[in-house]
Design a protein around this ligand. Structure first.
Ligand SMILES: Cc1cc2nc3c(=O)[nH]c(=O)nc-3n(C[C@H](O)[C@H](O)[C@H](O)COP(=O)(O)OP(=O)(O)OC[C@H]3O[C@@H](n4cnc5c(N)ncnc54)[C@H](O)[C@@H]3O)c2cc1C
Ligand code: FES
Length: 261
């Protein structure tokens, strides 16, 4: 298959709790990657046939290294967590749609909830590179301070990084959309995180007529558009239609999606 490749694991370390930070050496594929796209990793365990989709957190074209951050939540990701530096893994990618940056925009809001934060880092880097005078505000939402990730990484590219926690142990008490609502003066909003968060983000942006692009996660099987496991509903005139997240998404214009389910 066209998108299949192998990469060498350079690092796969526990960040906190069940969250791992993995670096993979794949110099050719890194050059093709765009912020918002994902990789799908085969676990190496033949019993687990399907690859697991993970967002690209960074793709460093100089070192040829991908970074992905993932939570070990089930059989596949727990298997991935056992990989060691020097191991070789099979992947598909870079897959899917990506975040576009528009030159007319100056004030950018990036909203990441939980494991939706990692792809926002790749986007922050892209915006800083393409729009040097951009004002980038990053809103990160986590359950508690013990689950906060990537705050210092975002500070390399963002003008401000605002953390919100459900229990109030760090930053604003509440979620990332509530943190954003304190200053709704943005030209464009990008988001990734749990569906409920994205639904509120889409509503927030629509009410203020701010363009909004979100990356959605659906359960995937093939990752390449062949099985329909990953469909979401998009508006289609007065009706709706299904779109595959793995090849039409994961990044969609928030206005195109049907949110009411
Ligand atoms: C485009 C895309 C990008 C993603 N990026 C990341 C990332 O950067 N970091 C990260 O930690 N996770 C990410 N995920 C989610 C990740 O793919 C799943 O957690 C993983 O596939 C679960 O596999 P498993 O075998 O470990 O768990 P399973 O045993 O399959 O499931 C364990 C639990 O995870 C839930 N789950 C399974 N698949 C998904 C999914 N696609 N979305 C949400 N919940 C799921 C199940 O409902 C179940 O509760 C992404 C998913 C998609 C579709
Ligand atoms: S996962 Fe098979 S079509 Fe998207």
């Amino acid at each position: 298959m066209r998108e299949m490749f192998y990469a060498d694991i350079l690092e796969n370390k526990l960040l906190l709790g069940e969250v791992y930070d993995m670096r993979l050496y794949a110099p050719k594929e890194v050059q093709k990657a765009k912020a918002g796209q994902f990789l799908s990793l085969y676990t190496g365990n033949a019993a687990l046939l399907l690859p697991r989709p993970l967002s690209i957190c960074a793709a460093d074209t100089v070192s040829g290294v991908f970074r992905v951050i993932y939570r070990a939540v089930g059989e596949g990701t727990r298997e991935i967590a056992t990989l060691k530096p020097g191991d070789r893994v099979r992947l598909l990618g870079p897959l899917g749609s990506f975040y576009r940056v528009f030159p007319e925009h100056k004030r950018f809001a990036l909203v990441g909830g939980g494991m939706g934060a990692p792809p926002m880092l790749a986007l922050a880097k892209k915006i800083r590179k393409e729009a040097l005078d951009a004002h980038i505000s990053v809103f990160l939402g986590f359950r508690s301070k013990f689950q906060t990730i990537l705050e210092d990484d975002f500070k390399k590219y963002a003008n401000e990084v605002i953390v919100a926690t459900d229990d109030g142990t760090q930053g604003i008490k509440g979620n990332a959309v509530q943190a954003l609502a304190a200053d709704p003066n943005f030209d464009i909003i990008y988001g990734c995180g749990p569906k409920i968060m994205l639904k509120f983000l889409a509503k927030f942006a629509e009410e203020r007529e701010i363009p909004c692009y979100v990356s959605v996660e659906e359960h995937m099987a093939c990752s390449v558009g062949a099985c329909l496991a990953c469909v979401v509903k998009v508006k289609d005139g007065e009706n709706w239609a299904y779109r595959r997240v793995c090849n039409t998404g994961p990044v969609f214009n928030a206005k195109e999606l049907v949110w009411d389910e």
